[in-house]
Design a protein around this ligand. Structure first.
Ligand code: CAA
Length: 287
């Protein structure tokens, strides 16, 4: 399969990342079939896609007619069986190895054997997902960034068994989706999170030690480094639970304390302060 032959993309999961990926694919002209666990999760996912597209229309980034056409290209389902005709599947389910292994094993049975199965994992080993399939050479990482419709980067992750052909296909698909691709090896954190996590965790430790206020830490990075948002606002966007998870994976892989999740971050997650998605993180989003 060549990128230009792809008509229909399957997306597994319609959470923050999955819904963004669905939007990117539909706006690029692909038919999309998105699979969620149940009707409730599907309805939440669909309203995320609609909300983001409405924002794009408000900001003048998308014509209302193009929005309607893109929405009409999205079909939803609660069964992986509906991905049988997909020309590419991008898995964007919960960041749990067990969950993803189960999904890859099922996809391998359902989806045509020549089709590439990609994962949006931000940290888990792609090589391990390949082990539960009979198509190890056609498993690849396609890691989008939050929010996917806005962020231009797509990290392509090559596992030991990923073929050159699959890699070229993934990069070609990145081009068709309007993203700039970079290539990384299958090592925890790839390029971006390997650099990002120690920085975010340092900001949390700085706050916890009373070295500076949350507003000053964020303002320093925004105004001194030109980042669109400071580290604590960014953690609220990414999700504090995701921050803990990615930190744990990096720490497990490298055993270097710079990756260890700070105590304050772990306690905030325990208390249910997950960032924007729960209404409260380092900042309050309830009002
Ligand atoms: N659709 C299309 N465009 C949109 C949009 C949408 N739904 N929402 C916003 N935009 C566009 C705006 O039109 C604007 O474009 P211009 O600069 O061309 O005018 C741009 O995005 C910024 O928008 P705003 O300034 O209005 O700010 P916002 O609050 O709406 O959006 C943000 C903010 C895009 C999130 C921005 O703050 C940002 O880029 N933050 C950094 C995000 C980041 O670092 N992401 C990576 C996270 S790490 C990760 O994802 C890896 C992992 O595995 C954990």
């Amino acid at each position: 399969m060549k990128p230009e032959d792809v008509r229909r993309i399957g997306v597994v999961g319609c959470g923050i990342m999955g819904s963004g990926i669905v939007e990117v694919c539909a706006k690029a002209g692909f038919e999309v079939v998105v699979v969620e666990l149940n009707e409730e999760a599907m309805a939440r996912g669909r309203s995320r896609v609609e909300g983001s597209m409405a924002k794009a229309v408000d900001r003048g980034k998308l014509e209302p007619g193009a929005r309607d056409e893109a929405l009409a290209r999205i079909g939803d389902s609660t069964s992986l069986d509906d991905l049988a005709d997909a020309d590419l599947v991008i898995e964007a389910a919960t960041e749990s190895l067990e969950t993803k292994l189960g999904i890859f094993a099922r996809l391998d049975e359902i989806v045509r054997p020549d089709i590439v199965l990609a994962t949006n994992t931000s940290s888990l080993p792609i090589a391990e997902l390949a082990t539960v399939t009979k198509r190890g050479d056609r498993i690849v990482g396609m890691h989008f960034f939050n929010p996917p419709p806005v962020m231009k980067l797509l990290e392509i992750v090559r596992a030991l068994r990923t073929s050159e052909e699959t890699l070229a296909f993934a990069r070609g698909m990145g081009d068709r989706l309007g993203k700039t691709t970079v290539l990384a090896k299958d090592r925890a954190g790839f390029i971006v999170n390997f650099l990002l996590i120690p920085y975010l965790n340092s900001a949390i430790r700085m706050l916890d030690e009373g070295f500076a206020t949350r507003e000053d830490i964020d303002a320093a990075v925004e105004l001194g480094l030109g980042h669109p948002m400071g580290p604590l606002k960014l953690l609220d966007l990414i999700g504090l639970d995701t921050g803990v998870h990615v930190s744990n994976v990096l720490y497990d892989e490298f055993k270097d304390p710079i990756y260890a999740a700070p105590t304050l971050l772990k306690r905030m997650v325990t208390a249910g302060y997950l960032g924007r998605k729960s209404g409260k993180g380092f900042y309050d989003y309830t009002s």
